[in-house]
Design a protein around this ligand. Structure first.
Ligand SMILES: Cc1ncc(COP(=O)(O)O)c(C=O)c1O
Length: 442
């Protein structure tokens, strides 16, 4: 038995924590010192039920033996191999296994170390693709309001969250944004895909008319926007975006960093919606969140366009020291095997109706102004306290943590995405605890 309580640090000042209210945290620290399957263990020895798969990433649950063992073994066998002009077998094997579960036509893989890097890689591939095809005038990138594509400069430029953008100067130039699709006035308390708003995709046509298609390289969207509070695409919306992109020779990028690896009951959201992008970004669930790794999948058409010129020349000037790192690749392979052996994507599909019913049973609680869900994703939107936005949801987060439940909040929205191993009794516990919390006067 490890002596967990002794792992509590006595000075929290040095670490400037990411996306965290640092001063609040350091007054009332919340530290995890262990995890197994559906639960975390806190520094004060309590069990916390994980309703968020860590940060949308631990899809197979915590400390799964196959993944742990693969990492241990790989660390002792081949710790690092240079990523440029050299390779190692597992990076190739993992790429093949990814292509096996990807939408048809996405046949090539570039590795990264995070979702943010996947996004910036995808944007660079799109720009460079048009250039190698002789269409260098296609330099514009189109994102969407309320989109989250990580925190690097490309990602925040196409992203649509003002707090993530406003501090950082001019960002990338040549970027425009489509409107978001969230219409609570028309779609509140919808189960699954909203009826209203599919026509918002035609805003892309308006942008194309404004800039001319010959200047536009790519459109990037999250199939389901997660970080701004679970915005589910209205019926027909993604297909319409696909059609407009195809018509105008614009590449469509799906940012599947949270929707990938079974979250929707299919390997990727592209398959759930039956809409195939030209480029797809992934990370998080690729290694079950255990080791940083991302992957960008691209069509053969894009890949092949680069394969010209003298054979001794580098075809694409991009990559990371840790692209396809051996330990990450081993973790990725063991993760995909775990998903497959345990049928976790099908499990998510089968559990989704139970999840939906539990979530919508909270409809009549005080301050609940919308509930939405798709696959194993759910959100509860709360009425903000007048003059104190985000406080109501943050109080719910703190109360949940005290009561042994991990939820995530963004603005005044509670977002949840449990590990795909969740049993019905875990789902009952999540919504039972939330009911008590929302009933109390937060
Ligand atoms: C859709 C999407 N893209 C990109 C990212 C960034 O991923 P990372 O934090 O690994 O850089 C996230 C993170 O939540 C995300 O949800």
């Amino acid at each position: 038995m490890s002596n967990r309580l002794n792992t509590t640090p006595n000075d929290l000042r040095a670490f400037w924590m990411p996306f965290t209210a640092n001063r609040q945290f350091k007054k009332e620290p919340r530290l995890f010192v262990g995890a197994k399957d559906m639960h975390y263990t806190t520094h004060d020895g309590r069990e916390v039920l994980d309703a968020t798969a860590g940060l949308w990433c631990v899809n197979a649950g915590h400390c799964r033996p196959k993944i742990t063992e693969a990492i241990r073994e790989q660390a002792g066998e081949l710790d690092y191999a240079p990523a440029f002009q050299l390779g190692h077998p597992k990076a190739f094997e993992l790429a093949n296994r990814l292509v096996d579960i990807a939408p048809d036509g996405l046949n090539h893989v570039l590795y990264t170390n995070s979702g943010s890097e996947s996004v910036d890689t995808a944007l660079k591939v799109a720009l460079a693709y048009h250039r190698v095809k002789g269409n260098g005038s296609r330099f514009r990138l189109i994102g969407r309001e309320r989109g989250y594509h990580g925190v690097n400069f490309g990602g925040i430029s196409v992203g649509g969250i003002v707090a993530n953008r406003k501090m950082f100067g001019t960002l990338l130039t040549g970027v425009d944004h489509m409107p978001h699709t969230h219409q609570p006035g028309k779609n509140a308390f919808t189960r699954g895909e909203p009826e209203h708003g599919g026509d918002l995709a035609s805003e892309l046509e308006r942008i194309v008319i404004l800039h001319d298609a010959s200047t536009i390289a790519a459109v990037i969207v999250e199939p389901v926007a997660g970080s701004t509070g679970v915005l589910i695409p209205p019926k027909g919306y993604l297909q319409k975006l696909r059609d407009i992109c195809t018509k105008h020779g614009i590449l469509l990028i799906f940012d599947e960093v949270i929707t990938g690896f079974g979250r929707m009951g299919t390997p990727f959201a592209a398959q759930y919606y039956g809409v195939t992008p030209d480029i797809m970004t992934t990370a998080k669930g690729l290694t079950n969140g255990v080791i940083p790794m991302g992957a960008v999948l691209v069509s053969s058409e894009i890949h092949d366009a680069f394969m010209s010129g003298p054979e001794h020349m580098i075809e694409f000037f991009h990559g990371y020291t840790y692209s396809g790192n051996p330990i990450a690749a081993a973790a990725g392979l063991a993760t995909l095997e775990t998903y497959k052996e345990e049928g976790l994507f099908d499990r998510a599909r089968d559990m989704a109706p139970y999840w939906e019913d539990g979530l919508h049973s909270l409809k009549d609680l005080p301050n609940v102004i919308d509930i939405r869900n798709i696959g194993m994703i759910g959100a509860i939107e709360l009425d903000p306290i007048a003059g104190e936005p985000t406080k109501r949801a943050f109080s719910a987060f703190l109360k949940a943590y005290e009561n042994g439940l991990l939820i995530r909040t963004t603005g005044d929205i509670i977002a949840m995405s449990p590990p795909l191993i969740a049993e019905k009794h875990h789902i009952d516990e999540i919504f039972g605890k939330l009911r008590e919390i929302l009933k109390s006067n937060i």
